[in-house]
Design a protein around this ligand. Structure first.
Ligand code: HEM
Length: 367
């Protein structure tokens, strides 16, 4: 009898103690701007250490360092777009944009495509009609960034700071595990976040053109609404499983496909409904509550992504979620981190490489 009481009692005391220990040992969140300042300083220090001024090899992006390629495209706003969706870059049904897409692996350092990875798609809409040499449209380019999973593994700036302090920017498993499992106390384990990374990184794709993508983070949609973006292939394809032996099999697939036939993606908006979170990028918005609504189509003509000079032009292109019209501006803590960090990463890269930023429209007209 005594043992039957003592053991569960001991267990519940242990559980209670661990729970409280975790609560009281958790770091107090910093004000967001302080967290972002520390993140940027640490990221800059890492870039400088990885690509010191004296180093001859080129500096790469602080994340999504390896590109599968840059694809020339045309984005067309749906001609039957409903009034509710006619906002900003999508304000004129039937309007067409010159566009570039950079497909990438999300890892901080380049490696074989078979390595577990999220897959990135960075779309840049250039405010110019592909058919008219001279065009009166003058808006700056609008960047839309995606990864092939509906949720990000970090909720906000303080989460990202904790990830950076754990050494997460090093990009190796050991440091990432230190973030997800910071100690022996199971209450401190970040199991849900670890599951997001695992599920994203183990999604196998045959080609960058044959997977779905999500913006993960929210954006303004006019004065009163917010959305998340999504993109997916126009035709769900059932091609053969990828031959993963080749280190760059995704680039090979992209090159091979666009040499043979045009590519196509659809762009969607998911409207925020009710109190869907704006400040927790790790929480997916239910498509049952808010189905995807099509905004337009991304057409990729027949092309040679390995044409001379294309990779260099691609490397010197830079994207930032902040490159958006005011009515479609980025929202949420994760986006506020990204705005600063992408600026710092791109500036370091171009500066270290003595490179001139690619003019997206000139490059579009050239290639
Ligand atoms: C706090 C969270 C994040 C941080 C710190 C971060 C950091 C970075 C950095 C430093 C770059 C390289 C930028 C450059 O050098 O030009 C980058 C690129 C990229 N990120 Fe993020 N990122 C975050 C979240 C996300 C999210 C939520 C998405 C999802 C859509 C995303 C998608 C991308 C893509 C597609 C690129 C490649 C852009 C290109 O091709 O130039 N990132 N990220």
């Amino acid at each position: 009898m005594r043992k039957r009481v003592a053991l569960p009692l001991l267990f519940s005391v242990l559980v209670g103690a661990s729970f409280l220990a975790e609560r009281f040992s958790r770091e107090k969140p910093l004000p967001e701007d302080q967290a972002i300042a520390e993140i940027v300083a640490r990221a800059r220090a890492l870039l400088t250490a990885t690509y010191p001024g004296s180093a001859r090899e080129p500096a790469l992006r602080g994340a999504h360092a390896k590109a599968s390629g840059c694809v020339k495209a045309v984005f067309t706003v749906d001609s039957d777009l409903s009034d509710a969706l006619r906002v900003g870059s999508f304000g004129h049904p039937g309007e067409r944009y010159k566009a570039w897409i950079r497909f990438s692996n999300s890892a901080f350092t380049p490696g074989p495509d078979k390595n577990p990875n999220g897959r990135g798609m960075a779309l840049k809409l250039i405010d110019a009609d592909p058919d008219h040499a001279v065009d009166a449209r003058t808006n700056p380019p609008h960047d839309l960034l995606f990864i092939n999973f509906p949720a990000y593994f970090l909720a906000d700036a303080n989460d990202f700071l904790a990830f950076v302090r754990a050494g997460g920017l090093q990009g190796d498993q050991q440091h990432a595990l230190r973030y997800f499992f910071p100690g022996y106390n199971p209450f401190a384990w970040r199991l849900r976040e670890a599951a997001i990374v695992y599920r994203n990184a183990t999604r196998e794709i045959a080609s960058p053109l044959r997977t779905d993508y999500w913006s993960m983070t929210p954006y303004k949609f006019g004065p009163d609404h917010a959305i998340k973006y999504a993109a997916r292939p126009c035709i769900a394809s059932t091609g053969p499983a990828p031959a993963k032996d080749e280190p760059d099999y995704l680039r090979d697939a992209l090159k091979g496909e666009l040499n043979k036939a045009p590519g196509c993606m659809e762009l969607f908006a998911q409207m925020r409904v009710g109190d869907m979170p704006l400040d927790d990028a790790s929480l997916e918005w239910s498509q049952e509550l808010s189905p995807l609504r099509r905004l337009g189509r991304i057409d990729m003509p027949l092309q040679d992504i390995a044409a001379e000079g294309r990779d260099e032009a691609c490397e010197n292109l830079s994207f930032n979620p902040d490159n958006a019209p005011a009515l479609l501006a980025p929202l949420g803590g994760v986006n506020r981190v990204r705005i600063r960090l992408y600026q710092a990463s791109a500036a370091y890269r171009l500066g270290h490489n003595g490179a001139i930023a690619t003019d997206p429209e000139k490059a579009w007209d050239h290639f």
